[in-house]
Each structure stands twice: as C-alpha cells, then as structure tokens.
Write a protein that binds this ligand. Structure first.
Ligand SMILES: NC(=O)c1ccc[n+]([C@@H]2O[C@H](COP(=O)([O-])OP(=O)(O)OC[C@H]3O[C@@H](n4cnc5c(N)ncnc54)[C@H](OP(=O)(O)O)[C@@H]3O)[C@@H](O)[C@H]2O)c1
Length: 424
C-alpha cells in the first residue's frame, strides 16, 4: 500500500518544528555571517563553515563574504523534502510500523560534498598568490602548483583570464582576475585569505602595486604572513645609492615601507634568475655556435633557478610562523665566472661550450635590444648587466639552506631541465 508522503500529510507538530528550525536558521546565518569561514562546526567535528556551506548544496555565496547563505523558505522546503524523501530514512509501510521512521543507511552528503576535503590543510583560509600567471620566472605559478599539491587552498590573482589562468584553475586553485594597482581588486582578492605571496613582474607600475597591496593588507588585518618577492641587490642599497635600476630602487623602497607596516613580513631576496633575459640572451648563442655571449668579463655570478626560489616561497607559505620577520637571501650553489659556467654546461651537454666576452655597450645595443623589452625592463636588465660587469653579483648566501635544508640546484641541473634551450 502506498504511503502519502506529501508535506500536507505530515503531522501538525512538524509545522511548529519547521518554524522553530527556520528561526534557528536565521539566527545561525546572522551568527556565522561575519565569522571566519575556516571556523569549525561544533556538531560536525571535521567540518568548517565552508564545508557546511558546500554540503548544503543550495548555498549562494554572499558578495563580500565567503560564508554561504540560504533563504529560510528554501531551508524549510529542504527540511520538508528531507523528512519524506531522504534515502537514508524511509517511512515504514502501513500496518504495525506505520508512521515510524526507520534508519536504513547513513545520510548521504549533499551534491557537492563528495569533493569536500576534510584535511586540516583544506580547513585553513586560502593563500593569496599574486602575479600567478607567470611570464619570466613564473615563481607565482610554481608556488600555486606546489601549495595545491600540499592540499592548501589557493587564490591565484592574475591580470587576465587566458590559458595560463585556465591552467591554474586545473590545479584546483580559485582564480581571480585583477590589477594590483587597483585597491578594490586587491582588497577583494585578500578577503578571507590568511597568507599572501606578493610577486609582480618588473614593471613601471611595481611601486604603486606593491604599496596598494601593503596598504590593503594592513586595512584587512587578517594576515599571518606577507611574503614579499624582493631581490638581492636591495641588500647593498641605501637611501642615496644611485648605481641601481629604477626597479631596484622601487623594490628597496617597498622593503622600507613593509618594514614600517607592522605586517607579518618575510622578505625573499633572490639573486638573478637563470630565466632572466640576461641568460636567455647569453645562452641563446649556444644553440647557434656553442658559445655563451655575455659582457661580464671575468666577473662572477651565482644565478638561481626560479623553481628553487618558488620552492623556498612555497615552504615559507606552508608554515610561516618561524619565518615571519626574517630576510632570506637566495643564490645558486656557487659563485663562478661565465668561463667556469661554460665548463659546467659543457659537462652537462657532453660537448664543449665556450664563453665570448662581448663589450658591454655592444652587447646592450646588439644582443639585449633585439628582445624589444619595454623601456623600464630594458633599463633594469641593462643595469643588471652593468652591475654584473662590475662584479656586484659575486654573492653567496645560505637562504636556501636555512629554508629548505639544501642548496639550490646549479647550472648543470638547469641545462638538464631545459634541453630544448641547449640541444640542436
Ligand atoms: N628575474 C630575475 O632575475 C629576478 C631576480 C630577483 C628577483 N626578481 C623579482 O621577481 C619578480 C618577478 O618574478 P617572476 O619572474 O616570477 O615574475 P613573472 O614570471 O614575470 O610574473 C609576474 C606576473 O605579474 C603579473 N603582473 C604584472 N603587472 C601586474 C599588475 N599590474 N597586476 C596584476 N598582475 C600583474 C604579470 O602578468 P601578465 O603576464 O599577464 O602580464 C606576470 O604574469 C620581480 O619583482 C623581480 O624583481 C626577479
């Protein structure tokens, strides 16, 4: 015999019960609305408010809040429906057990619950990674990938929604499109995050973007770490030094500002990347005639691969407490001349690569100009070439060992990872 399961057939007491539940739902919504979405739910030991929202299925995220909202009418309807159709409980057939509710299986979770991750990492607020699309070293993109592999929630800020943004989404990161010089974009991107990696391309807009991000982070007030991508040259600069590039001056100023900000800052100062245009240009002649063309004379340098810089940033972001307030200087494993580097590359490739020491101005006008870099980037990169020639990049630091417990990989490792750059 069929059982009438329509809401009208429910006993009158149910309406009172639903009314009370409805009131509780409103009170609960008010209570959680301003709460941290990572707050554990008391009755579901391994859940946060975010997990609860995902579980409920019909939730609608409110603008400006990560906490889900559900209309009371929807809630009442959901409870009514649940009371009659929930697969885990069924009304017994009429007869001796008529009207009794018999549990037959655990209540299955809502439609989105299968994808809810209950690990402690997933309960933490997201990490905001800026400059996440990546163009030169792509530190931000590698950091996003690494943090996602660790199960951490990541919000990746990109400037445009292109295939690089799509690739970030494929890692499970939340992608937001914004301009770091826009206070509104930065404030919205920060909302709900607990840690930030601030990295941005070498750009005329670097200073306003960095200041905007720092001011927004102060106003937000919810960060436990602000990891700033700086650069090693900053450690040799002061208020009146003039030999550095406009970009380096901006990054020095930003370090000063962050120092006063009261934010939980970690400064990461890598030396030149192996992915820098200097080496991209200098190594490109290896394919042509097995020589490195650079204007560095006998000067030494200790370039570092961007993936090592990203590994250090990822490690800091994953467990920032012991790093806050520290300044880390990152270099490759050794400082060596380009002739010595050519010998390393020769060994890795199994063929002889030499070094052609090109006069500086000729190299700038002929080799570097050919890249067509924006003027600000050209001024920065050509200044780096000048500082190299003056042996200012002969640096050795132990930041990698301090953070990672290992040195950075060297040039030979870079050759093995990027065979297309060296193999004809
Ligand atoms: N390269 C080196 O040798 C070296 C050495 C030491 C330190 N550093 C520092 O490392 C940083 C660069 O790191 P990286 O190589 O990982 O960067 P990257 O690959 O060039 O990526 C930086 C990203 O910043 C984005 N961006 C630029 N302007 C933006 C804006 N206004 N709003 C939002 N996003 C913006 C770019 O987006 P689009 O791609 O869409 O334009 C780009 O994808 C610089 O601060 C540099 O000083 C570099």
């Amino acid at each position: 015999m069929a059982v009438d399961q329509s809401p009208a057939a429910l006993p009158p007491a149910t309406d009172t019960y639903l009314a009370v539940l409805g009131e509780k739902a409103v009170a609960f919504e008010r209570l959680v609305h301003s709460a941290d979405p990572g707050t554990p739910v008391v009755t579901c030991g391994s859940w946060t408010l975010c997990d609860l929202g995902a579980h409920l299925g019909q939730v609608v995220p409110l603008r400006g809040s990560r906490v889900p909202s559900i209309a009371v009418d929807d809630f009442t309807r959901a409870v009514r429906t649940w009371g009659t159709t929930r697969p885990g409980r069924q009304r017994s057939p009429a007869g001796r057990d008529a009207g009794r509710i018999t549990p037959v299986a655990p209540w299955p979770r809502g439609p989105q619950a299968a994808s809810v991750d209950h690990t402690p990492e997933a309960r933490m607020p997201p990490v905001l990674v800026t400059g996440a699309a990546g163009r030169v070293g792509a530190v931000g993109r590698t950091v996003v990938e690494g943090l996602r592999r660790r199960g951490l929630k990541v919000r990746a800020l990109v400037r445009r929604d292109d295939d690089r943004a799509e690739a970030l989404r494929a890692t499970g990161a939340e992608v937001v499109v914004g301009d770091l010089t826009s206070s509104r974009d930065v404030a919205e991107a920060l909302d709900g995050c607990g840690r930030v990696y601030f990295g941005m391309a070498v750009s005329e807009q670097y200073l306003p973007a960095a200041v905007t991000t720092a001011v927004a982070a102060r106003a937000y007030g919810g960060l436990e770490a602000f990891v700033n991508m700086s650069q090693l040259t900053v450690s040799e600069m002061d208020l009146t030094s003039t030999s550095e590039s406009h970009q380096q001056r901006q990054q020095w100023l930003v370090e000063q500002l962050l120092g006063w900000s009261g934010l939980p800052v970690v400064q990461v100062r890598p030396t030149v990347f192996l992915e820098n245009p200097l080496f991209q240009v200098g190594f490109s002649s290896i394919l042509r005639d097995d020589t490195i063309r650079l204007p560095f004379g006998q000067a030494k340098t200790s370039p570092i691969a961007a993936h090592d810089v990203a590994a250090a940033v990822e490690e800091i972001l994953a467990d920032p407490a012991r790093h806050v307030g520290r300044v880390y200087e990152l270099t490759g494993p050794r400082s060596e001349s380009i002739a010595a580097m050519a010998a390393e590359i020769s060994a890795a490739l199994g063929r002889t690569v030499g070094y052609t020491n090109v006069p500086l101005e000729q190299w700038l006008d002929h080799d570097l100009r050919a890249l067509g870099l924006p003027e600000h980037v050209f001024q920065h990169t050509s200044t780096m070439a000048r500082l190299h020639a003056a042996n200012r990049y002969d640096r050795q630091a132990d930041g990698m060992e301090q953070i990672m417990g290992r040195p950075a990989a060297g040039v030979a490792d870079y050759v093995r990872r990027n065979p297309e750059l060296f193999t004809r």
